[in-house]
Design a protein around this ligand. Structure first.
Ligand SMILES: *Cc1c(COP(=O)(O)O)cnc(C)c1O
Length: 385
């Protein structure tokens, strides 16, 4: 499809983003001409190796980390699995208790559930009506045998940003490792591991205009994490497998683009997001915004409409060429209300009518206006029927 006739309004950037043109260009040489295996000795391999290390340097710099603390993976899910299972396994002699929250991504929740089957204990912290974890409740949950706290940076459905600084400080005081799933937050807001007491952090390229199937795990120097994929000696012997050279190069470029002019983009995106939130609450009766008003990812708007079926509304929006989502791309249909929406206690009359619109740096005010008009039409249609 030619991009000129592709007029859909894409408001589902939390599910995935469109790859940036400059990212594709950066990857191109490594897809064909420069196909060398980064682990070989001849110059093709050397080029690939150099490109990988350049991407690692770029990503490390974006986090104020050291290049040796960045491990490339196949994406957010692998990074989350590795962090949770890896640390739990490595420290099982110290204890078998993990603390997380009820609103984590399934990559964390299902890893925790897997560990429970192996005999670990997991505390799932509740969140308040804004989706915030209580720092007091977290401290209270820490036990002698707690080895890991894993709390996401920003939530994928409702956008709430957790008190990462406070959580990290408490973890450190109690000598418990702290992992954060920053797949939604990394490259959207500034994160420095020098500033934040974070021990491990997950991110994924396709959430910030990079390619799909590549991500990274940051592991603070001195934290011992066992290998997750066993095989060759790639990634300091911790993550075997021939490197996804083009993917890694693309992620490096995407990280560079995202961190260049980030402050301006955040400002612009936040203004548009607030504009959308205000328009929805002022112009549509029986509407509510979910998640924290201020401590929120720049591009996220989660909203619920009284007496409306969210899935039907999404179909009507789609007919108008508007791509939004039900909050999570992984809803299995077992329940019409997502566990995140249930956890923040959205009133029943609203909960089933929840949808999410997530913006990116290219979203325009005109697109928001069109989306709101479509929302109004759809909601009226559904309420009148
Ligand atoms: C998308 C997402 C993931 C999974 O990342 P993939 O690269 O798609 O595996 C994990 N956590 C959060 C918060 C996400 O939004």
């Amino acid at each position: 499809m030619s991009s000129q006739i592709y007029k859909d309004i894409y408001l589902d950037n939390a599910a995935t983003t469109q790859m940036a043109g400059a990212v594709e260009e950066a990857m191109q040489p490594y897809l064909r001409e420069n196909f060398g295996n980064a682990s070989t000795m001849y110059s093709y391999g050397e080029d690939a190796r150099t490109a990988i290390e350049e991407a690692r340097r770029m990503i490390a710099e974006s986090l104020k980390a050291k290049p040796s603390e960045i491990y490339f993976t196949s994406g957010g899910s692998e990074s989350d699995n590795w962090a949770v299972k890896g640390i739990a396994g490595a420290l099982k002699e110290k204890g078998r208790h993990i603390i997380t929250s009820r609103i984590e991504h399934h990559a964390i929740l299902n890893s925790c559930e897997y560990l429970e089957h192996l005999g670990y204990e997991v505390t799932y912290l509740d969140v308040d009506s804004n989706g915030m974890v209580s720092v007091e409740a977290l401290e209270h949950a820490i036990r002698q045998d707690t080895t890991l706290i894993t709390i996401m940076f920003g939530n994928n459905e409702i956008g709430t940003i957790q008190p990462i600084m406070e959580i990290g400080k408490i973890a450190r005081e109690h000598q418990v490792l702290f992992h954060t799933d920053a797949v939604q937050a990394y490259a959207q807001i500034p994160i420095s591991v020098r500033q934040y007491p974070i021990d491990l952090l997950s991110a994924s390229a396709h959430k910030f205009h990079g390619p799909k199937g590549v991500g990274f795990l940051y592991v603070r120097e001195g934290v011992q994490i066992p290998s997750f994929i066993h095989g060759g000696g790639q990634e300091q012997g911790k993550r075997a497998g021939t490197e996804n050279v083009a993917g890694i190069v693309g992620m490096g470029k995407a990280a560079e683009l995202a961190h260049h002019g980030m402050r301006q983009r955040i400002h612009r995106e936040t203004m548009l997001r607030n504009y959308l939130m205000e328009k929805v609450t002022h112009e549509i009766p029986g509407a509510r915004i979910n998640g924290h008003r201020v401590r929120r990812l720049p591009g996220n708007v989660s909203m619920s409409f009284e007496g409306v079926d969210g899935a039907s509304l999404l179909i009507l929006l789609d007919e108008d060429g508007i791509c939004a989502s039900g909050g999570s791309a992984c809803n299995t249909g077992e329940s019409r209300v997502s566990y995140v929406i249930a956890a923040i206690g959205v009133p029943e009359e609203y909960a089933a009518g929840t949808i999410r619109m997530t913006l990116c740096g290219d979203t325009t005010r005109e697109e928001i206006d069109t989306a709101v008009e479509s929302l109004k039409r759809g909601i009226k249609l559904l309420r009148d029927s």
